[in-house]
Design a protein around this ligand. Structure first.
Ligand code: SF4
Length: 117
């Protein structure tokens, strides 16, 4: 069987076509211009992951922009959001600060500076 997808590895957005066995195992890919596209197709067919970007509540009632340091399993994104919605971040926060150590295998890092008040 075949599965078509657009590579998100760069702005070119190559149209990929992955070939899978009847049981869904990855066999090959075509349409990629570089190795990153081949790796994206393999991962998307076997263990799809996404970088989660969101905001966390801060102690002053505002929010701070954050993201997962590594892509996490796509089917865990909602669960990760539920976990993160429970957090209240003490201020100040600087870009790159680690705000959680393990959310489905990734640290959560701040994407902006936030001062007290
Ligand atoms: S296959 Fe390579 S060139 Fe094409 S979109 Fe993906 S990363 Fe970009």
């Amino acid at each position: 069987m075949k599965r078509e997808m657009i590579c998100i590895g760069c702005p070119l957005g190559c149209q990929l076509c992955a070939k899978l066995t009847e049981t869904g195992e990855f066999v090959s890919v075509s349409g990629n211009t570089c190795k990153r596209g081949a790796e994206y197709a393999r991962t998307e067919c076997t263990d799809p992951r996404r970088t989660l970007t969101t905001t966390l509540r801060c102690a002053d009632g505002g929010v701070v922009a954050v993201k997962t340091e590594q892509p996490i399993p796509k089917d865990r994104l909602l669960e990760a959001m539920k976990q993160l919605n429970q957090m209240i971040v003490p201020l100040p926060v600087s870009i790159g600060d680690v705000l959680a150590l393990d959310v489905f295998g990734s640290r959560i890092v701040a994407c902006q500076n936030r001062q007290k008040g």
